[in-house]
Design a protein around this ligand. Structure first.
Ligand SMILES: NC(=O)c1ccc[n+]([C@@H]2O[C@H](COP(=O)([O-])OP(=O)(O)OC[C@H]3O[C@@H](n4cnc5c(N)ncnc54)[C@H](O)[C@@H]3O)[C@@H](O)[C@H]2O)c1
Ligand SMILES: O=C(O)C(=O)C[C@]1(C(=O)O)C=C[C@@H](O)C=C1
Length: 300
């Protein structure tokens, strides 16, 4: 009989088994080469009970420190505003040489909050990751094992991070079907401001604008929304806590992108006002070209 290769991690701990955390757990349950033991930890008793019913973890804990004690890798999957607080709970008990990761949608402010903790615990490798995958749904029922398939996962490891730890986190995401790229926290936050955070801001806003016109158009909004508007409503159905934290933590990059967007939208408005067909058509063509390249890159 041939021995099976050792799993990538002996014990992998997911703190916050919501959409993202439960998707990692589901993939880990399906592919036991990822971890021998999968531990889930959540602050919410309802979430813990649901994770138990779904059978997507080998062990379920309510206390992050208890969950993290024997971990080879801990991944914090809670809203951005709570990541550093959870890190402060687990780092003092984590093993020397263990890996700490998180999946937050913003990196600069998390790294700032983590800097003093990292100085106190130099034996823990901190490797922030951000899977560019998700849906408008939250919670453990929303996750699925193929969520990261063919999606990008962006890593923002600090400069001194051991190469072996980066390799293991890269392997983890690749085993879940993702493509991995490393970048600085600043670059990450600017890229995400334009590809993810501004589109959400626009979706929440356009739904509000339509709702404010309710007297004139309420029934039309509901009746005829099987059009462009419907695609905005999917994004606008996203979780308020998650998006509050993203907007407040990526304030500068997001406001910069918003200013650019407002200038471009005004330019389009002027072209419509003055009947400048060339400007109108060239902008529409750029949109179509971007959609085509997304499809070619298998991202749409
Ligand atoms: N939803 C997406 O599309 C998406 C994509 C990529 C990254 N992210 C990021 O991933 C993280 C999780 O997002 P999600 O959509 O999976 O959220 P979610 O709401 O589905 O799950 C978050 C879980 O964290 C738990 N939690 C909150 N505070 C906690 C604490 N202090 N201790 C322990 N558990 C706690 C909640 O009870 C919940 O079960 C966020 O930082 C988000 O920015 C989200
Ligand atoms: O597909 C969606 O519904 C998402 O909102 C996913 C999405 C995105 O904007 O692309 C949202 C936030 C994350 O940080 C990464 C992915």
């Amino acid at each position: 009989m041939t021995d099976l290769p050792a799993p990538l991690f002996d014990t992998l701990v997911i703190i916050g088994p919501g959409l993202i955390g439960s998707s990692i757990l589901r993939r880990g349950m399906e592919d036991r080469r990822i971890a021998r033991r999968l531990v889930a930890c959540d602050i919410s008793p309802e979430v813990r009970a649901r994770v138990a019913e779904l059978g997507i973890a080998d062990q379920i804990e309510s206390d992050p420190a208890t969950a993290a004690r024997d971990a080879d890798c801990v991944i914090i999957c809670v809203p951005v505003g709570a990541i550093a607080m959870v890190a402060a709970q687990v780092m003092p008990v984590m093993k020397k040489g263990a890996i700490l990761s998180e999946v937050g949608s913003v990196k600069t402010t998390v790294m700032e909050a983590m800097t003093p903790l990292l100085a106190q615990h130099p034996d823990i490798a901190f490797i922030p990751a951000h899977p560019m995958a998700g849906t408008e749904f939250s919670g453990p029922d929303a996750g699925f094992a193929t969520l990261f398939e063919d999606r990008w996962c962006l890593l923002t490891p600090p400069g001194h991070t051991p190469a072996d730890a980066i390799r293991r986190v890269t392997n983890l995401w690749e085993m879940m079907g993702a493509r991995v790229r490393s970048m600085t926290v600043d670059h990450h936050d600017r890229v995400c401001a334009i590809v993810s955070h501004l589109p959400h801001l626009l979706a929440f806003t356009i739904c509000g604008t339509a709702d404010d016109l309710a007297d004139e158009t309420r029934s039309e909004v509901l009746d005829f929304a099987a059009s462009g508007f419907r695609d905005f409503t999917r994004i606008a159905a996203s979780d308020p806590t998650m998006w509050r934290d993203i907007f407040l933590n990526n304030r500068e990059a997001l406001l910069d992108m918003l200013d650019r967007f407002i200038a471009d939208a005004q330019a389009m408005g002027n072209a419509i006002r003055t009947g400048d067909e060339d400007v109108i058509v060239s902008r529409i063509k750029r949109g179509r070209a971007i959609r085509r390249s997304l499809i070619e890159n298998r991202q749409a």
